[in-house]
Design a protein around this ligand. Structure first.
Ligand code: BGC
Length: 340
């Protein structure tokens, strides 16, 4: 099995051309038609159930056999994912789409580097510092953080208070979301932070579960009678935990801070309709899945992919393709409700 992998930068078009082919061995054609999907399960964040459905559907439309492996978004799940990748490689899967629960655990195992003839496509989350990653399909994480920050800044009016939250260190997206949002928000000198927590390490939650966000917000509210004006919540789970903590602290409240989110989960739809959460971000999951399937088909058939983008994962410039996302508020949520 040989992977031909060439990245050419075409200066005038500023495009990145990736030519990829997983196998040149004709006797093994059927093996090549199998794709393994290694995803988080939907127990903590429901979007992964949708991602699994759309990815499976899109890959099947190319005629590929798809095997889905899921794992919980915790330490156990992170260890399980390493085993799942090992299992998939052993079973002859040469094209593997991965959303890492903890990219460092995958790196520690050395499984990708030991199988560089396979195509490893990172979906939504990057596996950092790993030269064996072949492609990145996602929504631009920096632009998402910026959209959340810009939304809060538009609502900021004179001296206001803000509390910052971020996702766990195991997910590189979390720091990207936070850094890009904080860069814009911290430039507004009228915003003060009651808890004083502004460094990523201080606001990163232990996991993406809403329970962790609830516990952290509850702790920050202890001994204060003042509700913050703005909350940077990186996703809907965190927003949900923050909202529950506010409701526990002030029973029966009906005025909430401006609270951000992302994913447009069912809980977020309910919270936006109830005017508890102010915004979410709808990522075009179907498009992301179709893009990923198209990239997979290029890898398998050896056709070129023109991406125009790369993402530096610390080990190399990984060719990348980004899907669109949109801001959702009470004003346009009606356009999205039928999706659920
Ligand atoms: C994804 C978010 C998701 C979070 C928790 C991030 O990497 O980009 O969409 O809410 O993980 O699963």
């Amino acid at each position: 099995m040989k992977k031909i992998f060439t990245v050419l930068s075409m200066c005038c078009a500023m495009a990145t051309l990736t030519v990829c082919s997983c196998s040149s061995s004709d006797d093994d054609e059927s093996v090549n038609e199998k794709v393994a999907l290694i995803l988080p399960d939907g127990a903590t964040v429901s979007r992964w159930t949708l991602d699994a459905q759309y990815l499976t559907k899109s890959l099947k439309s190319y005629g590929y056999d798809v095997q889905l492996f899921t794992a919980s978004e915790d330490n156990e799940g992170a260890a399980k994912q390493v085993k799942q990748i090992e299992e998939a490689v052993k079973a002859g899967y040469q094209t593997i789409v991965i959303t890492p629960v903890d990219y460092e655990k995958i790196n520690e195992s050395g499984i990708l580097e030991a199988n560089q003839d396979c195509n490893f496509i990172c979906y939504d989350r990057m596996i950092m510092n790993n030269p064996a990653v072949d492609f990145y399909a996602s929504c631009d994480p920096e632009k998402i953080g910026e959209m959340q920050a810009q939304f809060l800044l538009e609502k900021a009016d004179g001296d206001m208070t803000i509390e910052y939250f971020a996702g766990p260190v195991t997910d590189k997206n979390a720091k990207k979301y936070f850094d890009s949002a904080y860069r814009l928000l911290s430039a507004n000198k009228s915003l003060s932070v009651p808890s004083g927590k502004v460094a990523y390490e201080d606001v990163a939650l232990a996991s993406w579960s809403s329970d962790d966000a609830f516990a952290e917000m509850s702790a920050r509210l202890e001994g204060t009678n003042v509700m913050p004006d703005l909350i940077l919540a990186p996703n809907d789970n965190v927003a949900e935990g923050v909202i529950k903590a506010l409701e526990a602290r002030w029973l029966g409240i009906n005025e909430f801070p401006v609270i951000t989110g992302q994913d447009l989960t069912e809980a977020a739809i309910a919270n936006i309709l109830a005017r508890k959460q102010t915004m979410s971000i709808y990522k075009e999951y179907e498009d992301l899945a179709e893009t990923t399937a198209m990239i997979v088909s290029c890898f398998i058939s050896g056709k070129p992919v023109v991406t125009g983008k790369t993402f530096n994962n610390g080990a190399k410039e990984v060719p990348a393709k980004y899907s669109n996302f949109t801001l959702v508020t009470i004003d346009n949520i009606g356009n999205y409700i039928t999706d659920f």
